[in-house]
Design a protein around this ligand. Structure first.
Ligand SMILES: Cc1cc2nc3c(=O)[nH]c(=O)nc-3n(C[C@H](O)[C@H](O)[C@H](O)COP(=O)(O)OP(=O)(O)OC[C@H]3O[C@@H](n4cnc5c(N)ncnc54)[C@H](O)[C@@H]3O)c2cc1C
Length: 441
């Protein structure tokens, strides 16, 4: 319970990752929580600074539509060139297939497929928030709800931080990632292990590299490796594989992670890929297990309770096989802020409308990503009829017919955010009337 001494704000966002920063920005742009300082939106981040684990990511058109709605796309697109193709080589058969991301869609403008440094994305959003919005070294430890003081207003969310402070808000959005405290409080199922993990790194060539601007991928025995240039000097690479790192390995000794890729997991990968791996920046290497929430749990689970909900990985963690987790988090932010702005004063209705709108799409993307990972690498490693059938399905059906359907989901436009019109004198009078009734303890 909050009690006296609690700070009161409009909105609390837990986590300053992609989902949290986008959500805070969206709430402000939609006019849901605009005030700076007391009363606006507060982002709680347990770390002492923004964290960009994973080095880079690809933003697909759906992510750029959302970033455009957030007013941030224009800051990033001049810096990051788009790429159009994915060239996939099956190392077992030697066959190479080329996929066009854009398909029949327009290939002009800022809405394209672009890789970005994670840090640049986070900073581009954070810079748009008023100073003091993000509270670093602030870990959420518990959540509750309580009726408003006079009983006339809707329920309030109350969070307690590890330093003992308490914040009360009209809406609470858990953007606290795959191991979300808020998702657990809501009662969503725990994320499941996909049985796979991913090593990621950023290769740096100070004198420039000559790697072509495309996503190059290699498939073999339970493994999918890929690399894509992000700039003239930087190349992002990853190795998705069928192992789970031990805790100490996932903890991240960079030399150990590199050795694992070059001498073990990826030793049979082409030299052009291993050369990129050897150029890795040691501060930007991670090896993490891949988790997801079952699509049916997203469809049927409790993702909203009163004024509390979740967004991004806290809502729909997914395997990275469609590179959609971050993009979907950006969509969430826009849809949530719009839903709340349309139901001013009734946060519970707003979050319920958001969950109703998002859960179908989120479940579809999670399922699509899982299927994509399964056929691309999941079960073609063993001998026998089943593995052969999966290979046939992958090469003759998945890439030709299913992949284009999944690719279409990456062109979803979540729509714009329009700030409400400035208040008229009558609105101001009504607001003043409301405030004289609704006070906090
Ligand atoms: C290998 C891999 C490759 C990927 N590639 C892509 C890609 O190319 N394109 C794409 O769109 N997506 C990609 N993704 C998915 C994407 O990385 C995630 O979906 C995205 O980062 C989720 O952002 P988030 O803000 O929801 O969660 P997170 O990034 O996990 O952020 C959560 C934040 O909450 C904070 N936090 C947690 N608990 C608390 C607490 N109790 N109190 C306060 N703060 C807390 C954390 O410190 C963190 O800053 C990839 C994922 C993986 C694993």
């Amino acid at each position: 319970m909050g009690g006296a001494g609690a700070e009161d704000v409009e909105a609390v966002v837990v986590g300053a990752g992609i989902a949290g920063l986008a959500t805070a920005l969206a709430l402000r742009r939609a006019g849901v929580a605009r005030d700076v300082g007391g009363g606006g939106v507060v982002v709680l981040e347990r770390h002492a600074e923004l964290r960009a684990a994973g080095a880079a990511l690809t933003i697909f058109p759906n992510g750029w539509f959302a970033l455009r709605a957030l007013g941030v796309a224009r800051k990033l697109t001049p810096r990051y060139e788009p790429y159009e193709t994915s060239v996939v080589t099956n190392l077992e058969s030697g066959a190479t297939q080329v996929f066009l991301f854009g398909g029949h869609k327009s290939r002009s403008g800022e809405v394209r497929v672009r890789p970005v440094h994670r840090r640049a994305l986070l900073e581009a959003m954070a810079e748009e928030l008023p100073p003091g919005t993000i509270r670093f070294s602030s870990r959420l430890t518990s959540i509750s709800t309580e009726p408003a003081a006079d009983g006339s207003s809707p329920e309030l969310a109350v969070v307690r931080l590890d330093d003992g402070s308490v914040i009360r808000s009209k809406v609470l959005i858990g953007c606290d990632g795959v191991n979300s405290v808020v998702a657990r409080w809501l009662g969503l199922s725990e994320p499941a292990s996909s049985g796979r993990s991913c090593v990621r790194g950023l290769a740096v060539y100070p004198g420039g590299h000559s790697v072509k601007k495309e996503l190059r991928q290699f498939l073999s025995h339970g493994l999918r490796a890929g690399m894509v240039p992000i700039s003239d000097t930087d190349i992002y690479w990853f190795v998705v594989n069928n192992t789970i790192p031990a805790e100490k390995e996932a903890g991240g000794d960079p030399e150990m992670i590199l050795r694992e890729v070059t001498d073990n997991l990826g030793r049979h990968l082409p030299e052009e890929f291993l050369d990129v791996v050897r150029h890795s920046d040691r501060d930007n290497l991670t090896w993490a297990p891949l988790l997801y929430r079952a699509p049916w749990a997203i469809l049927t689970g409790r993702a909203a309770r009163g004024p509390v909900t979740v967004a991004g990985d806290a809502f729909h963690p997914m395997t990275p096989d469609m590179a959609q987790g971050g993009c979907a988090a950006l969509e969430d932010a826009v849809v949530l802020a719009r839903a709340l702005s349309r139901r001013a004063g009734a946060a519970a209705d707003g979050v319920a409308a958001y969950v109703a709108e998002r859960r179908g799409r989120a479940a579809w993307i999670v399922a699509g990503a899982y299927l994509s990972g399964y056929v691309q690498q999941g079960s073609t490693s063993g001998p026998g009829v089943r593995a052969y059938a999966v290979k046939l399905f992958r090469d003759w059906i998945f890439y030709r017919f299913i992949f284009p359907l999944l690719a279409d989901t990456m062109w979803f436009n979540c729509g714009d955010l329009t700030a409400p019109a400035p208040p008229t004198p009558r609105d101001a009078e009504e607001e003043a009337g409301k405030k004289s009734h609704a006070h906090y303890q």
